[in-house]
Design a protein around this ligand. Structure first.
Ligand SMILES: CC(=O)N[C@@H](CCC[C@H](N)C(=O)O)C(=O)O
Length: 375
């Protein structure tokens, strides 16, 4: 596919970010784009708001899977780009517009030039939450076309275009969402002794959480407890009856995830006693770690290392999460970071990923998928 067309697709998708399992326009757009490709060897199946697309090989011995996530984030965009999001309050701030475009570019190539083996392209909803990978893996649609190997990429703002970063083994952390509701007693701001203020309880709780990683997780292990959102109160002179904390937990080991959750439960229970309020905890979506199969990662790294115009970095593991980890629990494969050279990071309202990374990644993946099929 020509670079101009890839950029056009990326910008079209960038304009229409949608939350997890509501990617209706995105699904339609992807389907319509695929319908422009030669159809002889292609079959498409919708799965909820996602799509599975199989390219039948000429003499298939294996199926190679490639997954792109398709949901956007609830972030009001501030890039000022001409193709800025037209969905108020939502933005492709985690690069899923890039991920989809790259998958479409690779698919376009193999639709026109039949591969030897089968290829499965997975346009997966709800990566940012509540998690599309796990239910998709269990679906009949996926089971019928289950690949023998899987790959996916994630954009990396911190690396220049042309850089690929990955490693064998653990790449991304275990994650759990965190939602806590506190209920006390509202009242007049001037009469605090007659109320039970959940702004104060909630503030204490967030401060106490800061001791979990510092004092409860083994120093050579790593964990993160981030509260990304607090909602409470109705007016400046009313004592708040409710408070809600929304956050995420990240750990490198499953054991530490249990430690962190138990500690959160104790601290919340202490707040209930200390502030005479009621509390409930909901862990939302949990993602397992992303663990690259050693042989798959080493083969891909060796290929990229010797390829002209690509720079291979053997990176450190990161505390980011990805439900692609569920694919890698069942199917050997790998995930890698793709350099997009943006001064602003992932989940930022000013993320400015460089579009030159798109044709670079499309060609890299085409070359790699052609290479693995020769073996
Ligand atoms: C690459 C990336 O940014 N992934 C997200 C995954 C979100 C997991 C889940 N919704 C959570 O918040 O725990 C990330 O935030 O790392």
């Amino acid at each position: 596919m020509q670079t101009d067309r890839l950029i056009e697709i990326r910008r079209d998708l960038h304009r229409i970010p949608e939350p997890g399992f509501q990617e209706v326009k995105t699904q339609q757009y992807i389907k319509k784009t695929i319908e422009e490709f030669p159809q002889d060897n292609i079959e498409i199946k919708p799965w909820r708001t996602g799509l599975l697309v199989r390219v039948t090989g000429s003499a298939p011995e294996k199926t190679y899977g490639y997954r792109a996530d398709i949901d956007g984030l609830p972030i009001p965009e501030e890039t000022g780009a001409a193709y800025q999001s037209s969905h108020k309050g939502f933005m492709h701030a985690c690069g899923h517009d890039f991920h989809m475009t790259i998958a479409l570019g690779v698919l376009a190539h193999f639709a026109a030039k039949q591969p030897k083996d089968n290829l499965l392209f997975i346009f997966q909803p709800a990566e940012e939450g509540p998690g599309g990978a796990q239910p998709l893996l269990e679906s009949e649609e996926f089971r019928a076309w289950k690949p023998d190997e899987m790959m996916a990429l994630h954009i990396a703002p911190e690396y220049p275009v042309g850089t690929v970063a990955t490693k064998p083994g653990l790449l991304f952390a275990n994650t759990s969402e965190l939602f806590i509701d506190l209920k006390g007693k509202g009242g007049h701001a001037a009469l605090p002794h007659l109320a039970n203020d959940m702004v104060v309880a909630c503030s204490q709780l967030v401060t106490q959480f800061q001791t979990i990683v510092a004092r409860n997780v083994a120093p050579l292990d790593s964990a993160v407890v981030t509260v990304g959102k607090i909602s409470s109160g109705t007016k400046q002179n009313i004592i708040a009856e409710h408070a809600r904390l929304e956050g995420t937990i990240r750990t490198l080991s499953i054991e530490s995830m249990d430690v962190v959750k138990k500690r959160i439960e104790s601290l919340v229970s202490g707040i209930e006693t200390g502030f005479d309020c009621a509390a409930s905890i909901n862990y939302g979506a949990n993602y397992c770690q992303v663990y690259n199969n050693h042989a798959s990662a080493e083969r891909f790294m060796a290929f990229t290392r010797k390829r002209e115009n690509s720079v291979l970095v053997e990176c450190e593991k990161a505390m980011t999460g990805e439900d692609f980890g569920y694919f890698l629990e069942e199917i050997p494969g790998l995930m890698f970071w793709l350099g997009v050279n943006s001064p602003s990071g992932l989940h930022s309202s000013t993320l400015d990923a460089k579009e030159e990374a798109i044709p670079f990644a499309v060609q890299l993946l085409i070359d790699y998928l052609e290479d693995v099929q020769k073996k």
